[in-house]
Ligand binder design. Structure first.
Ligand code: ZN
Length: 136
């Protein structure tokens, strides 16, 4: 995620994973501009939580419930490509291909390297092309 003040890329430090490199960990301040990002990180954590619920429901094939959770995640943190990629997948699984495509395009806008979105979008373009050439 990015610092909204100066645009520096910010990587939240997770306890446990981190070897105590500095004696004063500044997990919730931007390293560049020192802006207080704790509110933002709280929102980000909530978004991740909703996203995980969505993945969990997806594995149980409860697509519309999963989409509800994933939309919550997007509402909290709109610029996360993975959330958009999942939104696309959930739309596609529910037969909403137009929405799926626009979600994947959104995902690629935020992260042009997003493999899921890139792969699905190419696949979907191929399918829809065939469909319009040879309607069932
Ligand atoms: Zn900053």
């Amino acid at each position: 995620m990015k610092c909204p003040v100066c645009g520096a890329v910010y990587r939240p430090v997770r306890g446990g994973e981190q070897i105590q490199a500095s004696p004063t960990p500044q997990a919730s301040t931007c390293r560049r501009c020192k802006a207080d990002l704790s509110d933002l990180l709280r929102l980000y954590d909530q978004a991740i939580w909703h996203h995980k619920q969505a993945l969990d429901l997806l594995s149980q094939k409860r697509y519309s419930e999963a989409a509800t959770y994933n939309n919550q995640a997007l509402a909290l943190h709109y610029s996360n490509a993975d959330f958009h990629a999942l939104a696309g997948k959930l739309s596609a699984l529910q037969g909403k291909f137009r929405e799926a495509i626009s979600s994947w395009q959104q995902a690629l806008k935020f992260d042009s390297q997003n493999a899921v979105a890139d792969h699905c979008l190419q696949l979907m373009t191929k399918i829809t092309e065939n469909y319009y050439k040879h309607p069932i």
